[in-house]
Design a protein around this ligand. Structure first.
Ligand code: C2E
Ligand code: MG
Ligand code: MG
Length: 714
């Protein structure tokens, strides 16, 4: 504190007396130590926080402001200006400093009295004397050099005003006419001081900021707050300006409001960028969750005030993970950007589209009226997304599932979003590319699914999974050539569940990897045991379904090899069934996985052939051995000749590519007859047998060795 006081007294007070003759160099000198004062103050505050320090800082700030004003006025040529404000401020500061010092000394004295009054007291007196002498000495020295210093400082002050980051102007109260202007305006607006003096500030300001300029020209309001407005640069652009004002109207030499302006355009631009970043998705440029929730909140508030209900669409891409994982993130990003463009393009300007993360999008529709209106928009979005996307010479198609939730005044932001999400989930569960409108009981179903997925995690360990086998029949020879392993879940409360009820869940949660390996192990072991028991007929092959997630696991080929070794099933008796969608990808990873599997000696089949969008040409590139024609082609094969032609085409294609063909879902004798006529080698379906357990399969094989011909005879 004494250091602070010394600064204030010795450097500032001494050089500013007498108060009527404050000169700019003296003030400049004062301002130079302003920073030092503040630093000292901060240190003081760290030792003793409180009102005292606050008061001191206020005084220091007052000195600074007054000093700046005086400098500005004088630098503008008003050398005659007598600014008592500065001297007054300095005196105020000094008084406050003394008060602080006295208090501080009292505290110190109290303490020292209690220690050793005599010694410390005399020491204190000696110190005070020394201090006083030092101060006087400093004053004398300063007086001597004052004339020379004054000239030097005049130049320095001129430079200070010119290079100060603040641009000072004096404007007339009321109409805001610029009375005086610091030349540094050129740096800010590309205009000379002469150019602007005499013009109202409002003339330079952005029309939308007229009110702000009016406030800055108001004697009562101006000094109380800071002001922000835009001023036009000579180049035609706008500059964001922040200003603080001081009312000097009563000073006869000034008679105006002193505006200290600062160009904050760069900061503003940065802020705008940051704000945009904070509320938008980087990848797509759409709104992000925060902005979306904000807008939704406003829409709900309007709806509450009897406005029209809004609607939220929750959109989730189908199979995006497959695209991302197999074609790479670059392609994935491109797809997301395309979706964003298409969605935004299909909406009105008032609606808001947002990316909530991953492949999830949300859309806020204003004034849709009812669910039918929202459903219509969802349909439009589906249509917009359906167009194929050409990317690096590859044609990609993708779709989305959309959930719709209406938002009236009774629902909250989170609830509406959750409802739309639940509806989307339900749309997805009913097959891809669907639209579903939220209903209360959907919640229940979602909960059920969540419960199921957690139960599924323990199902393997709990021994609840079983494998059924469906015979695959050699249509020509009429005998069972192999079996397809199909998993079943003996759920403790829900009974026996088929794969459609849980495989999707297992894929979503990743449980499929362990589950699939378990099925593979069981199937290989059981079929191998059956083959060992049977003497005579050729051994059965076993087909096991493999999901994309499993195939993408780098450890998969080694795991398959281990299962073969462990169960003893010869590799050539194993077929792995892959879905067609997997093969849209020609990337090396999948290709490598397939080749590693092939190297084990097993065979690969394309399952559900014809339902995906895979391209025939891929069949040549991938090392596959079998095609399984989807049931939908077989269904009315015997009733519709054009269907029969299509299937015959696939059979021929298989033959020419050296692939064996299996027809799935044969239920009627007529279908089997047609297929045999086409020379389709294999068939599978309820006509021959439903999927059955291992022991039933044994019985079936023993009773009906010639399954195919028996069925034909039926
Ligand atoms: P998929 O591989 O196409 O299996 C054939 C499905 O068609 C089986 O249904 C089978 O019971 C049924 N099916 C066979 N013949 C007929 C018929 O004549 N008429 C009718 N209406 N249906 C017939 P399932 O067992 O419900 O399996 C459904 C799907 O679940 C399978 O389709 C397969 O994609 C998947 N899946 C089954 N087990 C597994 C598994 O262990 N792992 C994986 N990843 N997926 C599996
Ligand atoms: Mg299959
Ligand atoms: Mg199939």
């Amino acid at each position: 504190l004494s250091a602070f006081r010394e600064h204030a007294r010795a450097d500032m007070l001494a050089s500013t007396t007498p108060p009527s003759r404050v000169s700019p160099p003296q003030i400049a000198q004062g301002l130079r130590i302003y920073g030092e004062l503040l630093r000292t103050l901060r240190a003081l505050r760290a030792i003793e926080p409180g009102a005292q320090a606050d008061r001191l800082e206020r005084h220091v700030a007052g000195v600074y402001a007054a000093g700046m004003r005086t400098i500005a006025l004088r630098a503008g040529g008003n050398v005659r200006v007598r600014d008592d404000g500065f001297a007054t401020a300095v005196r105020g500061l000094d008084a406050e400093t003394q008060r602080a010092a006295v208090r501080q000394e009292r505290v110190a004295e109290d303490a020292s009295r209690r220690a050793d009054a005599f010694i410390l007291g005399s020491l204190g007196a000696g110190l005070a004397l020394l201090l006083l002498l030092g101060m006087q000495l400093a004053r004398v020295r300063r007086r001597a050099g004052v004339v020379e210093a004054e000239q030097r400082s005049e130049r320095r002050v001129g430079a200070l005003v010119e290079h100060s980051t603040d641009v000072v102007a004096v404007i007339a109260p009321g109409d805001g006419t610029i009375r005086w202007q610091a030349p540094s305006i050129r740096r800010m607006l590309g205009r000379s001081a002469d150019d602007v003096v005499g013009r109202p500030l409002a003339e330079l300001a952005h029309p939308d900021d007229a009110a702000a300029v009016r406030r800055a020209s108001d004697r009562v309001i101006a000094p109380k707050c800071s002001h922000a407005f835009r001023l036009r640069h000579a180049d035609g652009g706008w500059r964001h300006v922040e200003a603080v004002a001081a009312d000097r109207c009563d000073d006869p030499a000034v008679e105006g409001i002193v505006l200290s302006m600062r160009d904050v355009s760069q900061r503003k631009a940065l802020e705008d960028r940051l704000r945009h970043q904070a509320f938008h998705d980087n990848l797509t440029g759409l709104a992000n969750r925060a902005l979306f929730e904000d807008r939704l909140g406003h829409a709900l508030a309007r709806a509450r005030r009897d406005g029209p209900p809004a609607a939220v669409l929750f959109l989730d891409l189908d199979d995006f993970k497959t695209i991302n994982d197999s074609l790479g993130h670059g392609v994935g990003d491109q797809v997301l950007r395309t979706v964003a463009e298409r969605v935004a393009g299909a909406l009105r300007a008032v609606d808001t589209a947002a990316r909530l993360g991953g492949d999830e999008f949300a859309i806020l529709l204003h004034d849709v009226g009812d669910a039918a209106g929202a459903r219509e928009v969802a349909g439009r979005l589906q249509a917009a997304l359906a167009a194929p996307l050409e990317l690096d010479g590859r044609t990609l198609t993708f779709g989305a599932s959309i959930g719709v939730a209406l938002a009236d005044g009774r629902t909250g932001v989170e609830e509406v979003l959750r409802n739309a999400d639940v509806a989307m989930y339900s749309a997805k569960a009913h097959g891809k590319r669907g639209v579903a409108v939220f209903e209360e009981e959907m919640h229940l179903r979602v909960l059920e699914r969540l419960e199921l997925s957690s139960e599924l995690r323990n199902a393997v360990a709990a021994g609840q999974l079983e494998v059924d086998y469906q015979p695959i029949v050699d249509l020509g020879a009429g005998r069972v050539a192999g079996v397809e392993a199909l998993v079943r879940w003996n759920h403790p409360t829900r009974g026996r569940l088929g794969p459609v009820q849980f495989i999707g869940l297992a894929e979503e949660t990743g449980t499929i990897v362990g589950l699939g390996l378990h099925v593979l192990r069981v199937a290989c072991a059981e079929v191998h045991a059956i083959n060992e028991e049977r003497v005579g007929p050729a051994p059965l092959h076993v087909s096991v379904n493999v999901s994309t997630k499993q195939l993408q696991d780098p450890a998969f080929p080694a795991a398959v090899a281990a299962v073969l070794a462990e169960t003893g099933l010869p590799a050539e008796q194993l077929v792995l069934e892959l879905t067609e969608t997997l093969l849209v990808d020609d990337r090396e990873e999948i290709m490598g996985q397939l080749e590693r599997l092939k190297a084990l000696g097993l065979r690969l089949a394309v399952d559900d052939f014809g339902t995906g969008y895979s391209v025939l040409s891929y069949l040549q590139q991938f090392p596959v051995d079998l095609l399984k024609i989807d049931k939908s082609f077989i269904d009315d094969l015997h009733r519709r000749p054009e269907k029969a032609k299509l299937v015959a085409g696939i059979v021929n294609l298989g033959a020419s590519l050296n692939l064996q063909v299996v027809a799935e879902g044969i239920e009627e004798v007529a279908q089997a007859a047609e297929l045999r006529a086409m020379r389709s080698p294999y068939g599978q379906g309820y006509l021959y047998s439903r999927p059955v357990g291992a022991s039933a399969l044994r019985a079936l094989l023993a009773a009906q060795p010639e399954l195919g011909s028996l069925a034909d005879a039926a």
